[in-house]
Write a protein that binds this ligand. Structure first.
Ligand code: CP3
Length: 356
């Protein structure tokens, strides 16, 4: 398994080491915008069956890499596999997104939530990681991931997707210590989950904190950042003589990026509402930055996409430590040909920012 990595640009850029061009991957790069994904998902029956089948999860992980010159693969799975394994019963209602059969509706449910052994109930994820690593054969690194305890917690407490998060925000106000204990428990399970992904072959990990910016800054520090810090502190940071970089992505983090640096992560994801130039000021080149083209740009024509790439690269500016990505996941309505325009533009335009 210790095979050489043929393209390690992503890992080098995440460590802020010099690279000849800016490496890139795309959040949600395997997904419904690709007709071959829709076909494989239909073959699997439904989304969770696709996640549980290592061969098919591997197939959809590789699909975007066959089309585009991407510098990383990302495990095909979901952030909600963890609460599902903790007994909440995940299911998907067409058009309504994820739901739980048994959301955490009261204090007793939260206190009784079992602290599971990830190897018992999430073995299918680690099987998928091993299968994907073998199939990649060292072409590009494999990124593992999990949701942040806060973001996963919003689904656990609300019972599904939410705009305003009324229930979990009530909990933050009325029973903050109970919420602390829930976050700490999910953080412990998530740490074990990510370490098991690393053990199985994940070469970098990203924590998705999609909803952290729904919290005001002090609450963000307590309920979102502190549990992510707990995870970072517990992660395996080196394997087979190589650093395992950790990327934190709080969508809409803005100035909170400054606080996030202090966790000791290697890189921060940035969404399109903060320019990379500003993010670089907030983080003072202490970590790498990943992002941040507005995913809506991919609905525009080729010239507009190319201009978006040029502006994003220029905003980061010269030097190492940039991983090109969208500012959030690619959406199902995107024309796959527009992704080729994007990827080609990053390959063509980024070398000028790396002439030492
Ligand atoms: O990036 C990748 O290619 C890896 C796969 C991945 C998925 N979900 C696959 C998926 C990743 C990294 C995620 C993370 C995830 N899941 C997040 C955080 C990421 C972010 O964008 O901020 C969140 C909030 C979830 C929860 C979730 N799972 C939602 C809201 C949905 C969409 C429901 C819908 O009907 O649109 C899912 C399902 C899901 N996860 C899909 C995919 C490809 C779509 C399922 C399908 O219909 O095929």
């Amino acid at each position: 398994m210790a095979a050489e990595l043929k393209n390690d640009l992503l890992l080098r850029a995440l460590m802020r080491e010099p690279v000849p061009r800016t490496p890139m991957w795309i959040m949600r790069q395997a997904g419904r915008y690709l007709p071959e994904y829709r076909e494989t998902r239909a073959q699997a029956g439904d989304f969770m069956s696709l996640c549980r089948n290592a061969e098919l999860a591997c197939e959809v992980t590789l699909q975007p890499l066959r089309r585009y010159k991407l510098d990383a693969a990302i495990l095909f799975s979901d952030i909600l596999t963890v609460p599902d394994a903790m007994g909440l019963g995940l299911y998907f209602e067409t058009g309504e997104g994820p739901k739980f059969e048994r959301p955490l509706q009261n204090r007793v449910a939260i206190e009784r939530l079992p602290e599971i052994d990830v190897h018992d109930s999430l073995g299918y994820v680690f099987n998928a990681v091993r299968t994907i690593r073998a199939a990649l054969d060292g072409e590009v690194p494999l990124i593992g991931f999990a949701g942040s305890p806060w973001t996963v917690g919003t689904y656990m407490v609300e019972g599904g997707s939410s705009r305003e998060f009324p229930l979990i925000r009530d909990l933050a106000r009325e029973a903050p210590q109970l919420l602390d204990s829930l976050m700490a428990k999910v953080a412990r399970v998530t740490t074990n989950y990510l370490n098991a992904q690393i053990e199985a072959g994940a070469q970098a990990v990203q924590i998705f904190d999609t909803w952290g910016s729904a919290l005001e800054r002090d609450d963000y520090r307590r309920f979102s950042l502190a549990p992510m810090q707990q995870i970072v502190d517990g992660l395996t940071r080196e394997k087979d003589g190589r650093r395992i970089p950790v990327i934190l992505f709080t969508k809409g983090a803005g100035p909170m990026l400054e606080d996030m640096v202090e966790t000791g992560c290697d890189a921060l994801g940035v969404d399109w509402t903060t320019s990379l130039a500003d993010a670089r000021q907030y983080t003072k080149d202490k970590v790498a930055l990943q992002g941040n083209l507005d995913p809506a740009t991919l609905r525009e024509d080729a010239d507009t996409i190319r201009r978006g790439v040029a502006d994003t690269l220029a905003s980061y500016g010269e030097g190492p430590g940039h991983v090109f990505n969208l500012g959030h996941g690619i959406t199902p309505d995107i024309d796959p040909d527009n992704v080729s325009v994007l990827v080609d533009a990053v390959h063509e335009m980024s070398p000028q920012y790396h002439r030492d």
